[in-house]
Design a binder for this molecule. Structure first.
Ligand SMILES: [Zn+2]
Length: 135
């Protein structure tokens, strides 16, 4: 199932292709200071893909253990996705907020990646996040 949304100002387009309807997914709400301050929760499916397209280049933010990259629209400052690249691929999750505005999504569940070791975090992301593809 393909879903496409954009950031508040329309600069960044986010598309996901998930095996199930987006209404079935529970976003993971991260309880780190950064994500809480920004009210962020993430949607992904390990068997799905996501892609980001921006007219103006996006800002890349590093938080916490610096393993993940947060993608932010340089115009409206919406954070649209988070990604991590390993040696062979890029995995990522999209921000629920963007999809919530257009689709019905489940209430989020709370997760505490900050309590995980760096290795545990990578394993979690590899197991949960979608594959990032170029458009
Ligand atoms: Zn924007």
């Amino acid at each position: 199932m393909k879903y496409c949304v954009s950031c508040n100002c329309g600069n960044v387009e986010v598309s996901v292709n998930f095996p199930h309807p987006i209404e079935k997914y529970q976003a993971r709400e991260c309880n780190c200071d950064f994500c809480r301050a920004n009210g962020l929760a993430y949607l992904s499916d390990p068997n799905g893909t996501l892609s980001l397209t921006a007219k103006d280049p996006m800002k890349q933010l590093k938080q916490g253990s610096l393993q993940a990259t947060f993608w932010q629209c340089a115009r409206c400052m919406d954070i649209v996705a988070v990604t991590h690249s390993n040696h062979k691929e890029t995995k990522g999750a999209v921000c629920k907020k963007l999809f919530e505005a257009k689709y019905l999504v489940q209430p989020s569940v709370c997760v505490s990646p900050k309590d995980l070791t760096p290795t545990e975090k990578l394993n979690r992301w590899n197991a949960a996040w979608s594959t990032v593809i170029d458009t």
